[in-house]
Design a protein around this ligand. Sequence first.
Ligand code: ADP
Ligand code: MG
Ligand code: MG
Length: 208
Amino acid sequence: MNARQVQQMFLCVAEKMVASEEFLTEIDNKIGDGDHGIGMAIGFKGVYQELENKTYTYVNEVFHAIGMTMLCVMGGASGVLFGTVFISGIVNYPEKKEFVLEDFANIYVKSLNALKKRGKAQVGDKTMIDALEPACLGLKKAAEEGKSLHEGFAYAAAEAKRGMEYTKECKARFGRAKYYGEKAIGLQDAGATSVYLIFQAMSDWVNE
Ligand code: ADP
Ligand code: MG
Ligand code: MG
């Protein structure tokens, strides 16, 4: 995928995330403070405006623009968390005009590791990591097996979905949900839901 295609893909992701505001708010209402949908909508509205009329040469620049925008406009915990998802993967990554599946796998795995280091959450803590880790490792596995970009993205989205569903079984160790203890069992995590929605929207774009 060239920079223009990645830009178009994330414009589509941004539209879908903005449209998911109510759904995400509903989830965060149950075991959080109900602002996750609002935060993501603000972040992705910003992303849409930032990407809309730009021309990028390198795919890396698209990721940089998305991450910086989220860091700047979202604020709060999830601004930093989602900013990290888009920025940290491309730090020191060679500039490329086209990304193949292996490049996406490389940068997302780097981002995952940076996020785990920063937020200290592991799989099973009922956070976005529960969806992000299987999605990123799914990209890596698909790339190693020589799968196509279409297959790799579809697989990553399916893995993110599985991770999102898994958060229903967990008690939270981070964020406000941790104060809900056992009461959070049966309810899915808002951040993991956003991660799933992002990967699903990416997959939909490349597979449509
Ligand atoms: P806030 O908690 O500030 O209201 P949001 O509601 O936007 O922010 O985001 C909450 C989400 O952030 C949670 O659903 C969870 O997935 C994610 N999260 C919280 N703490 C961490 C952490 N330490 N590491 C990774 N993700 C986290
Ligand atoms: Mg919240
Ligand atoms: Mg909050």
